[in-house]
Design a protein around this ligand. Structure first.
Ligand code: FE
Ligand code: ZN
Length: 501
């Protein structure tokens, strides 16, 4: 008898539902030890709707096809010296941030989804998480391969992995993922799949990919497109998990709401670096941070949260503050990196006169009043050979680990730095905002032992007391990777390549 050929739906049913089994002689709770401690109640895993139906053989086939196309373009890019087509070598600094801050986060996501793909009790959710785990591994690999070409021509790429675990500003993305994957499986998937991927991902990937397209970087555009179809699956998983948890039990609603509030805020804090990249680092700009926030969060996210109201979920309270910060975020972030640019693995610079005009136009209520004067002053000093760097080390927020440079925007006092603090077991802890303070107070034990880079430097755990010692510990080539773009080896090499006198 001829074997019956299965259709995709049938195959998928067999892959998921049929691979699961009942526990007859082992305790199911021991098989899934993390399923209950977060307080989430699952009454019936069979109610899980698979957000996409993809069998393993179809998955490998699609992914292999994508890889083949992607690597053909990488080869062509390398052979044709594609780096020569970027708008300006200043652009490459955005890629340094991507490789050192975002790519290792892909790896952390891979790890987190492997954990979730083991620990969720429902087979459909487990399969989806396992596939995403493999996707994330692919993402970091394709990103490293895309950047390897730039590594041949520019500084600041080669020690990305070593840097990620040590460099002060990289503790922000690192701690974001470490804090997410050291929670339980449900919190992890709500944090990453929903708050980060479903709600915020457009604010991360669109800026980098459109930025790449506007600035002639075909290698980055191509890996962006290649990751996009994976990303579509990840986003549907994010929405499905939320609906599933909310429909399973009403007791899940406040827990899920708390996680959304927390991870939307943490995700937004992480995006500060994207805001500055868009407004200050792209030689060819395509959209301001403020416009992107309005389009992707206020419009799209607003509709989403109106949709979720029927489950009892509300728009996170932090959205109000974020709306006020959108006029200030990129300027304050770039200024901080500009003044600490001697200790970073990418170059900084003052915006040109035309760029400042663009910023005035995009930020009519804030740029000229608060930020133009200081950038003009910095440019003037640099012109005189007195490029300004901050000599101290900034205090860091105990929760998000970002230097305390945010201001009292919520209170309409954008010139006053925002400080919050609290006591826990006889010690005082510091925060950048009410939201970071609330997150700490809800779960202090999770954050008291945070590895804060500045504290570690002061405690002598980062190679020594001088900047030169710390740079060595970071494996940053002092004088090559850091400081102003003006006069850097990147700039000299670029001018030589392009034949600019
Ligand atoms: Fe990814
Ligand atoms: Zn904070």
């Amino acid at each position: 008898m001829e074997a019956k050929k299965l259709n995709v739906k049938e195959k998928y049913r067999l892959l998921t539902r049929d691979l699961d089994w009942e526990f007859s002689y082992e305790d199911r709770k021991e098989a899934f030890p993390y399923e209950e401690f977060e307080g989430i109640k699952i009454t019936d895993w069979s109610k899980w709707e698979d957000p996409f139906r993809l069998t393993m053989d179809a998955y490998w086939k699609y992914q292999a096809e994508k890889e083949k196309k992607l690597y053909a373009i990488y080869d062509a890019f390398a052979q044709n010296n594609g780096h020569l087509n970027v708008s300006d070598a200043r652009y490459v600094n955005a890629l340094k941030i991507f490789l050192t801050a975002i790519s290792p986060a892909e790896y952390a996501a891979h790890n987190g989804f492997a954990f979730t793909g083991r620990q969720l009790g429902g087979i459909g959710a487990r399969i989806a998480a396992q596939m995403q785990s493999i996707d994330e591994l692919r993402h970091i690999q394709t990103q490293i391969h895309a950047m390897s070409h730039y590594n041949k021509h520019f500084e600041g790429f080669d020690e990305f992995s070593h840097m990620h675990d040590r460099v002060w500003y990289l503790s922000v993305p690192k701690s974001f993922f470490d804090d997410a994957r050291s929670s339980g499986p449900f919190e992890y998937i709500v944090a990453i799949s929903f708050a980060f991927e479903y709600v915020l991902t457009n604010l991360l990937f669109v800026p980098f990919m459109s930025g790449a397209a506007y600035n002639g970087d075909m290698a980055t555009v191509t890996f962006g497109f290649s990751a996009q179809s994976d990303e579509a699956r990840h986003m549907t998983l994010g929405l499905e998990i939320i609906k599933f948890l909310l429909e399973q039990h009403e007791d899940n609603v406040p827990i899920v709401q708390k996680w959304i509030d927390k991870w939307l805020w943490r995700g937004y804090r992480l995006l500060s670096v994207v805001a500055m990249m868009m407004d200050y680092m792209l030689p060819q700009k395509f959209m301001s941070w403020k416009e992107a926030w309005e389009l992707y969060f206020e419009d799209a996210g607003g509709a989403l949260f109106r949709d979720l109201e029927r489950y009892g979920i509300k728009m996170p309270a932090c959205a109000e503050l974020i709306a006020k910060e959108k006029d200030h975020l990129s300027h304050q972030t770039w200024w901080t990196f500009y003044t600490f640019g001697h200790a970073a693995a990418f170059h900084t610079w003052t915006p040109s006169a035309e760029e400042m005009d663009w910023l005035s136009e995009k930020y009519p209520d804030s740029f000229d009043k608060w930020y133009r004067p200081r950038f003009e002053m910095a440019a003037e000093l640099a012109e005189k050979g007195e490029r300004f760097y901050s000599e101290g080390l900034p205090q860091l927020c105990q929760t998000c680990q970002i230097p305390m440079f945010y201001t009292e925007c919520g209170d309409d006092r954008p010139d006053d730095t925002c400080y919050r603090s609290t006591h826990y077991q006889g010690e005082r802890f510091h925060f950048c905002s009410d939201h970071c303070k609330d997150i700490f107070e809800d779960e202090p034990e999770k954050y008291v032992h945070a590895w804060l880079p500045v504290h570690q430097i002061f405690q002598g755990n980062c190679g020594g007391a001088d900047l030169a010692d710390v740079m060595k510990y970071y494996k940053l080539n002092d004088g090559a990777v850091n400081a102003d773009y003006m006069g850097s080896s990147d700039e000299q090499r670029w001018k030589a390549l392009k034949g600019i006198a």
